[in-house]
Design a protein around this ligand. Structure first.
Ligand SMILES: C[S@@+](CC[C@H](N)C(=O)[O-])C[C@H]1O[C@@H](n2cnc3c(N)ncnc32)[C@H](O)[C@@H]1O
Length: 267
């Protein structure tokens, strides 16, 4: 039974994200914000002696979420994997090169054959898709080199109360028909919006909503990472993070409002 549900979750993720691939990079690019980038780098530098120049794996890379960041960090190589073949096509078309490679694979299939290979593993908006969180985090840890680190940027749990600023930001983004984009993108979209005279941008229909019970099933329930026993067992930590674009505010709020997993392979 468990395995049936697991296959269903994997299949549904693949088909839903295949459908979202073309417009994905336009909707989810909050990582391009300087504040978010600096915040991630701060954390990495604090726990990894010499992070620049190593090998980086991005799990569930979508259309290549952290490629630019990997370049900035001067990583020797970047590999991105994603279960959606269409995401991989978009990513390869936009960023593929000798040092930057993308592969269609689930985390579950990739782990075998890539043990102890990476200095940094990074993922964003991914952990809640895993049918088996324990297995997923164990697989990620097993692919780290000794001293290597994993950072999983993650949505807030659904019990979290958003700040006023975040609420405003979210409503604004929805109203303007664009996602978590950076300031200049917002300005560009806003100007386009003003010039077009349209009141709303029409969202393209996707099948995502119909299937979110299968894809986002963990977020539909209470999914509060600090409470997950696997975090303690793998000596991971959940550190403050503010998904809605303002990582700086994460420092001002209590830790249990945020979900960003940091894990080091210290054996
Ligand atoms: C919410 S999107 C996030 C994409 C990107 N990381 C971002 O932040 O914009 C989730 C991604 O996880 C991928 N995914 C879901 N389950 C997966 C699995 N088991 N292994 C690898 N990728 C998976 C999906 O195809 C999708 O691209």
């Amino acid at each position: 039974m468990g395995n049936d549900k697991k296959s269903k979750v994997l299949e549904t993720n693949e088909s839903v994200y295949d459908g979202l691939a073309e417009r994905h990079s336009k909707v989810v690019c909050y990582q391009s914000r300087k504040g978010t980038r600096d915040y991630l780098w701060d954390i990495i530098e604090k726990i990894h002696k010499n992070p620049g120049g190593g090998d980086l794996l991005e799990v569930a890379c979508g259309s290549g979420t952290f490629v630019e960041l990997a370049k900035k960090w001067k990583m020797a190589s970047y590999e991105g994997i994603d279960i959606s073949g269409n995401m991989i096509k978009v990513a390869t078309k936009s960023h593929g090169s000798d040092k930057i490679k993308f592969y269609k694979s689930s985390l579950e299939d990739w782990e075998d054959g890539h043990k102890g290979k990476y200095d940094i593993i990074i993922s964003s908006s991914f952990l809640h898709h895993l049918y088996d969180l324990d297995e997923g985090l164990e697989q990620i840890k097993s692919m780290l080199k000794p001293g290597g680190i994993y950072i999983g940027v993650h949505e807030v749990d659904n019990t979290r109360v958003t700040t006023r600023l975040e609420k405003f930001d979210l409503h604004w983004a929805v109203l303007m028909g664009h996602g978590y984009t950076g300031f200049w993108d917002r300005l560009r979209v806003f100007l386009k919006f003003m010039c077009s005279g349209k009141i709303f941008f029409k969202e393209k229909k996707s099948t995502a909503r119909l299937q979110e019970d299968m894809v986002d099933f963990r977020l539909n329930e209470k999914f509060y990472l600090p409470d997950e026993p696997v975090i303690k067992r793998l000596h991971a930590k959940v550190v403050p993070y503010c998904f809605y674009n303002y990582p700086i505010f994460a420092r001002l709020k209590p830790i249990n409002n945020f979900q960003m997993v940091v894990m080091k392979n210290d054996i």
